[in-house]
Design a protein around this ligand. Structure first.
Ligand code: AHR
Length: 486
């Protein structure tokens, strides 16, 4: 029997709801045909946004949405996406399809308005200019009557948008310009200088961080540009195998399941490695770590455009999400935002679409189970006697906890694909009278599809409170649960 001891007094502060952020790129069917169907579409929409997707994302409290890329960000020229006469371009990064720019700045702001989330705009360093970036900020945020601000008025938005989160380039070590860290550090210093604050709005300037564990990039950035940034990003994808053989999203082997979870867990070491370097240059922890791309990356579904990165989503993905979000929660003192890649129809998506139909993935339901952590006070969790699962190589149980409005939430995952797990939760001094739970469970390869959605949240029965005020529950094999104590 595994034991989880929860200690409120050893918590690390507030878990920002922005750890539950999302990423949407002009890639495949994430924006077009996913979130944005256009006003004239037969698909039910509000101002062109797919209503069912917006409703579903509101339900999980989407706090922040990153756009327009990704690699696309560094070839995106924002003026192509405003006004009536929009330039058509080729999306050279993703599938070579024609991008008609019908989804641009105003459409993104409208999407965020409907979602009730904050926009995070990632601007172009790789193929853009300082003036272009500077004027985008002005266009979005200026409350003056400058020519650029008036252009925004003419396009229908008299009020400034007040965008705060501002990304200066994406993966500039790769698709964003193949830069050396020394060069990018200087470019970051220059570009950010001309990203001005307008009115009361203060930009949160985000520098491009490393890929995975490249701490040299972090080192050079922090050393040379640390004082000019508010946040530094990091990307981490869980790829279960070599790039040429990532394996399928469904119908995978038990070994591939284990490898996926082991690779997912490795994000904790990568994050800690970066934080260690950041700490050296920023002992006050002024600069926040932003994991603005994370998630699973498998071989694309057969018969789909390889550049569209469309993959199904199973209980394996739910486990990756649960484990990763527990890891983020436990580092909430340093991670200020995270954005899963990507919201709809791309990589580890929340939602898949086909015509008018949508499917909510197992990953979506994990975000639903973890919603109570948004802006809650973190509590420490300590796991003992979790046992072992042959071939897994990491603890088969992960957990994190928080308290909000006098209610404690403990999220737990049982990664064992074959066996249920008895768990005792000891909330130490936390006083409660009621314990209840919800669970997401299924075979490791179970998934939802357009004709049937077997994977969904159910009540977790059989929760018992002992005389010593510990809580006993049995988690099904391959499950994620939310335990609520009130
Ligand atoms: O999310 C897909 C791609 O992965 C992004 O465009 C890029 O930033 C990363 O390499």
């Amino acid at each position: 029997m595994a034991k989880i001891t929860v200690n409120v007094s050893r918590g690390k502060g507030t878990i920002s709801k922005n750890l539950y952020g999302h990423f949407s790129e002009h890639l495949g069917r994430c924006i077009y045909d996913g979130l944005f169907v256009g006003k004239d579409s037969p698909v039910e929409n509000v101002n062109g946004m797919r209503k069912a997707a917006v409703d579903a994302l509101k339900e999980i409290g989407i706090p922040v949405l990153r756009w327009p890329g990704g690699c696309f960000a560094d070839e995106y020229h924002w003026r192509d996406g405003i006004g009536t006469d929009r330039k058509r371009m080729v999306n050279t990064n993703w599938g070579g399809v024609t991008e008609d720019n019908s989804f641009g700045t105003h459409e993104f702001m409208e999407l965020c308005r409907q979602l009730g989330c904050e926009p995070y705009v990632n601007a172009n360093v790789g193929s853009g200019t300082v003036q272009e970036m500077s004027e985008w900020v002005e266009y979005l945020n200026s409350d003056s009557d400058s020519t650029v601000a008036r252009e925004r008025w003419a396009n229908g938005s008299r009020e400034p948008f007040g965008v705060r989160f501002w990304g200066v380039g994406n993966e500039n070590w790769g698709c964003g310009g193949n830069m050396r860290p020394e060069y990018y550090a200087d470019e970051f210093r220059r570009y950010q200088t001309f990203c001005r604050n307008y009115g009361e709005n203060k930009l949160y300037k985000i520098a491009c961080g490393p890929n995975g564990g490249d701490v040299n990039w972090t080192e050079v950035l922090m050393k040379n540009a640390g004082r000019y940034m508010d946040g530094l990003t990091m990307h981490y994808y869980t790829v279960p195998g070599p790039w040429e053989d990532k394996g399928p999203a469904t119908g995978f082997s038990r070994e591939r399941y284990m490898l996926t979870l082991r690779n997912a867990e490795h994000i904790s070491a990568v994050i800690d490695g970066h934080l260690k370097v950041m700490d050296r240059y920023d002992p006050e922890h002024r600069v926040g770590l932003i994991v603005d791309e994370w998630g699973t990356w498998y071989d694309v579904e057969k018969g789909t455009n390889p550049g569209f990165l469309y993959q199904q989503n199973t209980m394996r993905d739910a486990q990756v999400a649960a484990l990763t979000l527990n890891i983020f929660n436990d580092r909430c003192d340093r991670i200020v935002m995270a954005n899963i890649a990507q919201t709809v129809n791309v990589l580890q998506a929340m939602i898949l679409t086909e015509g008018e139909k949508i499917v909510l993935t197992p990953t979506y339901y994990v975000f639903a189970l973890y919603k109570a952590h948004h802006d809650a006070k973190h509590a420490d969790t300590f796991i003992t006697d979790a046992g072992e699962v042959e071939g897994l190589g990491i603890s088969p149980v992960s957990a994190s906890a928080s308290v909000k409005d006098g209610v404690m939430t403990v999220t737990v995952s049982n990664m064992d694909p074959d066996h249920e797990k008895e768990i005792t939760v000891d909330p130490a001094d936390f006083a409660f009278t009621e314990a209840s739970g919800r669970v997401l469970a299924g075979d490791m390869g179970a998934y939802n599809d357009f004709d049937a959605s077997p994977v969904c949240i159910r009540p977790l029965d059989g929760i018992a409170v002992t005389a010593e005020k510990t809580v006993k529950l049995t988690m099904p094999a391959c499950s994620v649960c939310e335990l609520t104590l009130r």
